[in-house]
Write a protein that binds this ligand. Structure first.
Ligand SMILES: Nc1ncnc2c1ncn2[C@@H]1O[C@H](COP(=O)(O)OP(=O)(O)OP(=O)(O)O)[C@@H](O)[C@H]1O
Length: 254
């Protein structure tokens, strides 16, 4: 299996935010995680990407145990993520924001900066080229020199993708990639996720937009109060009694 969690659990004091979750992700597929607010979806992402240490359980990526590795090491191995909200420097251009986001992950240090070493210059050039490349991939070439503060919500969502892609990931975890955008824009972002898969990147996303998920996902996992209550194809999930009761309700899936 490409990436899997085994008995993954996170407790915050007395609250079990993620409870004994086994989940497996196949390479080259779109995997979705759904569930009510507070079900533990973002926490699950935080455990996989190393932002929180799990209380127990394991995360295995390409056969390697990555549980408890620091987030930068996990990113280096090819696991990227986006956040529900991306903090950007509003007074800087979109391009500079992506360059800075990427530079945070490069190797040059203060000594390189003071002496303007070859390594620094090479990395600066490489970061700029990478930023231009990923902005093109996400369809933001024409917005590259806009101030980040003037971007639409949909453009900000694309920048979040670009920041994740700049690390050359093999798998991306997208936390509500289409929240707060209109139906046309949602379709555009879904197409972008499909483009990522075509480029060889495996996708796992959290999303509340059911129509989009049902069309896009190969596999869906449903979390409720931290527990996995179902896993399957969109069709299986749509017809699962427990899921309908806990989350989908009568009209949400129509
Ligand atoms: N750092 C934290 N400290 C304490 N409790 C937390 C922390 N992070 C999350 N929680 C709690 O864990 C539970 C799961 O939260 P989480 O954000 O993972 O849910 P979610 O499914 O992503 O919700 P949403 O759809 O609203 O984003 C919630 O009860 C939340 O209050």
């Amino acid at each position: 299996m490409f990436l899997e969690t085994k008995n993954l659990t996170k407790k915050f004091g007395g609250l079990v935010a993620v409870n004994d979750v086994d989940f497996s992700i196949e390479k080259g597929k779109i995997n979705a995680i759904i569930g009510p607010n507070g079900a533990g979806k973002s926490t699950f992402f935080n455990l996989i990407s190393g932002f929180h240490p799990p209380s127990s359980g394991q995360v295995i990526f390409k056969g390697k145990d990555i549980t408890r590795l620091p987030s930068n090491k996990i990113a280096e191995l090819g696991v990227a993520r986006t956040f529900q909200t991306t903090n950007l420097f509003d007074q800087a251009t979109v391009l500079d924001n992506v360059i800075v986001g990427h530079r945070l992950r490069t190797k040059s240090n203060l000594v390189d900066a003071i002496f303007r070493t070859k390594r620094l210059k090479a990395e600066e050039k490489q970061c700029r080229e990478k930023a231009i490349e990923v902005l093109e991939f996400v369809g933001l070439t024409s917005a590259a020199y806009k101030l980040a503060g003037s971007m639409s919500q949909e453009e900000k969502k694309r920048v979040a993708f670009a920041l994740a892609l700049a690390t050359d990931p093999e798998i991306v975890f997208l936390d509500e990639p289409a929240a707060g955008v209109n139906p046309d824009e949602t379709e555009g972002l879904a197409a972008l996720m499909e483009k990522m898969v075509s480029a060889g990147i495996t996708v796992c996303l959290i999303e509340h937009k059911m129509q989009m998920i049902m069309k896009l996902a190969d596999k869906i996992m449903v979390l409720n109060y931290g527990e996995k209550i179902a896993e399957g194809t969109p069709k299986e999930i749509r017809n699962n009694e427990m899921v309908i009761k806990a989350y989908l309700g009568g009209s949400a899936i129509a």
